[in-house]
Design a protein around this ligand. Structure first.
Ligand code: UD1
Length: 427
């Protein structure tokens, strides 16, 4: 199994190209199911999760074609075509490995009038139920049955009539499924307390490019007037704000300065506010965000929240960075109940972190030391990379497949800005 080896201590300096967003890609790809015409996605990141999602679509009868990507390029162009949907079922084996598979539920229901998807079960960061996804589909007129670990949804007479749902809590995934299901409904669907994440806006824009009618994009109330059919489109995936934020934390912990090329400054307000509060300078000009850390890092008090709040997907990376702050930080995780799996691993590197319930007290330490570590999820793995970049000696990060799910050519990007990092394929 691959591992990543880092010898810490180098200040990062230079330019990092920001890839297309994983979380946007995985909600744009299932849109291909909504039309018999081709959907072409540009700026699709080269990630294991994107490949897995492509395989799931293939199983449903969707053809996928990747165009002319040279190995040295970042990103790819993929054309997907669901001329005929041959299966409406996402099996346990696939959903278990990739939670985002649940996002075929809405589009399959919309296009085919039915879908059967394995219940995803728990994952490393919490229970992650799908009751809100089902609440929305039911409100739009679907009949729902749960048996043998699968959820089966059906539209009466093959098409959802429409309706109104109000989510009790903000859910990104449920908003995505609801939007895709609503796009082909007979009537109008209204989603209240919808997620406002930039990835939701990206999904709305892609659906609109395919002919959908959506009002309120970027607000908490989305009104979708169902269409009889959608058409093909070409759409570019938004830049990955979590990847950009991760490299910003990496630059900050090393006292370095990096230019994040292609990052969308406007979508990263909470991340950049927090970095500035920690004493990091953030500027932007012509599609490039410069993150520079010169002095010591100041401690922070942060609480994760739905967008535009501080993202749960940035919590682990900030925690790693704050291990080197001068003073004690308090991080509170409000989205997931079990998202501190990186804490014991950071402790192996000399971090001083106490978790009480949903909060973590991070006391800054003068020195982190390299160690063999492993992580259980994507962002947790990134936090170990960040700590490793500032640690004395060698850090070996095991279970690199977590990183490959969500960071395009991580070691190459970091090495290009001066990190001493390599992948060991025999580890
Ligand atoms: C969440 C994050 C998203 C992040 C992703 C991967 C939020 C609001 N969402 O999206 O930013 O990119 O994880 O780390 O920050 N919930 C239910 N029932 C449901 C669906 C969700 O109770 O049917 C709860 C979840 O347990 C969680 C909260 O709602 O506490 C938000 O979950 P949701 O946004 O749906 O999760 P993801 O779509 O995975």
């Amino acid at each position: 199994m691959d591992r990543i080896l880092i010898r810490g201590g180098n200040k990062l300096s230079g330019r990092i190209h920001i890839s297309g967003a994983k979380n946007a890609a995985l909600t744009l790809m299932p849109c291909a199911l909504l039309t018999d015409e081709p959907l072409t996605l540009r700026n699709l990141p080269r990630l294991a999760d994107v490949d897995s999602f492509g395989h799931l679509l293939n199983q449903l009868g969707v053809s996928t074609q990747i165009e002319g990507a040279r190995p040295e390029d970042f990103g790819r162009v993929m054309t997907m075509r669901a001329a005929r949907v041959t299966s409406t079922m996402a099996p346990y084996d696939i959903v278990r490995k990739m939670r985002a598979s649940i996002l075929v539920l809405g589009p399959l229901l919309a296009r085919m009038g039915e879908a059967t998807v394995s219940l995803p079960g728990g994952c490393a960061i919490g229970t992650r139920p799908i009751d809100l996804h089902l609440k929305a589909l039911e409100a739009f007129g679907a009949e729902i049955e749960i048996t043998h670990g699968y959820v089966k949804v059906k539209a009466p007479n093959g098409r959802l009539p429409g309706g109104r749902v109000r989510f009790p809590v903000v859910s990104v995934g449920a908003t995505e499924n609801a939007l895709m299901a609503a796009a082909l409904a007979k009537g109008t669907c209204v989603i209240e307390n919808a997620a406002r994440e930039p990835e939701i806006v990206d999904l709305c824009r892609c659906l609109v490019a395919m002919g959908a009618r959506i009002d309120g994009i970027g607000t908490e109330t989305l009104t979708i007037e169902g269409r009889d059919r959608l058409h093909g489109a070409t759409y570019a995936v938004m830049p990955d704000r979590i990847e950009a934020g991760s490299y910003a934390c990496a630059a900050a912990i090393t006292g370095g300065s990096v230019d994040l090329v292609g990052a969308d400054y406007d979508e990263m307000g909470a991340t950049f506010d927090a970095l500035r509060e920690a004493g990091v300078t953030v500027t932007h000009e012509h599609g490039v965000v410069r993150v520079s850390a010169t002095g010591p890092l100041a401690p922070l008090t942060l609480s994760t929240a739905p967008y535009p709040g501080f993202a749960t997907d940035m919590q682990a990376q900030f925690m790693a960075m704050l291990c080197k702050a001068e003073g004690a930080s308090m991080l509170t995780e409000t989205i997931f109940e079990n998202r501190y799996m990186h804490v014991p691993e950071l402790a192996r590197m000399g971090a001083d972190i106490t978790v009480t319930g949903r909060s973590a007290l991070v006391r800054g330490v003068p020195v982190l030391t390299g160690a063999p570590v492993m992580a259980t999820d994507l962002r947790a793995s990134m936090s170990l990379i960040i700590a490793g970049l500032a640690a004395e000696g060698e850090t070996q990060v095991q279970r690199v497949y977590h990183l490959d799910r969500g960071y395009e050519r991580l070691e190459e990007k970091l090495a290009a800005v001066g990190a001493d990092i390599e992948r060991d394929s025999d580890g």
